[in-house]
Design a protein around this ligand. Structure first.
Ligand SMILES: [Zn+2]
Length: 262
């Protein structure tokens, strides 16, 4: 980073310390003094992209959400981890254990986004049959973690009008779903891949052995969201509609109504 770049960030820290720091510290102390009130509502898994700001776009505050960020909002499938999770540890499985098993967090939200650089790289992987000898760590990581996404994308490319439906198998079985991807044909292939990838994370998470009881007893609910960087709008996957729909007052009320009746 240039000295100008780091200077701008340091100036931001100083500005925070002189304006918001006291309020944030007070909120943290209040949570510590009332430990019963410390109950994050969700684990939010999203991409590390610099244009995403989860706290701002969800208007969440101190103590509300755990957040994991990586290249492409990926969680490994159990086929990658195997049953011996300790032999193939990952920060994502450790975080799911910490949040869902040990801290009783009841919602896992995976949020992908448009114009995702990791998905662009994954698209290159989809287009290339064999691993290149000189692939860098990003491509190697994607080939390792994103194989199920690649397979689903190849199914989508072969489907009528390239819109699916794709089948996703999750725990519990009655929560398995199928999905039409961009039936309005408004998105680029890269953005379609990003939506497929978000949905695949539902299957990947539900494949993890240590979450089976929590998912089976529906103590943990999985949510697939997608953020359009250009418009600043969230889209959420609706199992009933079998597609992503824009998050609005009406669609949120309808979705919460469905959840509330279950
Ligand atoms: Zn991204």
């Amino acid at each position: 980073m240039t000295s100008k770049g780091i200077s701008r960030i340091m100036q931001g820290v100083l500005r925070y310390q002189s304006t918001r720091r006291a309020d944030v510290a007070r909120d943290v102390r209040a949570l510590r003094e009332n430990p019963g009130h410390i109950h994050p509502e969700a684990l939010y898994i999203t991409c590390m992209d610099s244009r995403l700001q989860p706290s701002m776009t969800t208007q969440t505050h101190v103590g509300d959400m755990y957040v994991i960020r990586n290249s492409g909002n990926l969680v490994p499938h159990s086929d990658h981890c195997g049953e011996d999770l300790w032999k193939h540890p990952s920060c994502e499985t450790a975080a799911l254990d910490l949040c869902c098993v040990r801290s009783n967090v009841g919602n896992v939200i995976v949020t992908g986004h448009s114009d995702c650089k990791a998905m662009n790289a994954l698209y290159d992987v989809v287009s290339t049959v064999a691993a290149g000898e000189r692939e860098g760590p990003l491509h190697t990581y994607l080939r390792s973690y994103a194989v199920p996404t690649i397979m689903k994308m190849q199914q989508l490319l072969r489907s009528p009008n390239m819109e699916g439906p794709l089948e996703f198998s999750v725990t519990p079985r009655h929560r398995s779903f199928r999905a039409f991807i961009d039936p309005e044909h408004e998105l680029s292939e890269m953005d379609k891949l990003s939506q497929v990838n978000v949905l695949q994370q539902m299957e990947n998470i539900s494949s993890l052995s240590f979450l089976q009881t929590h998912l089976g007893d529906e103590l943990v609910n999985l949510h697939a969201w997608w953020f359009n960087l250009t418009t600043g709008e969230y889209h959420m996957f609706s199992p009933r509609d079998e597609r992503f729909i824009k998050l609005t007052e009406e669609s949120a009320a309808a979705m919460l109504g469905i959840v509330g009746k279950e």
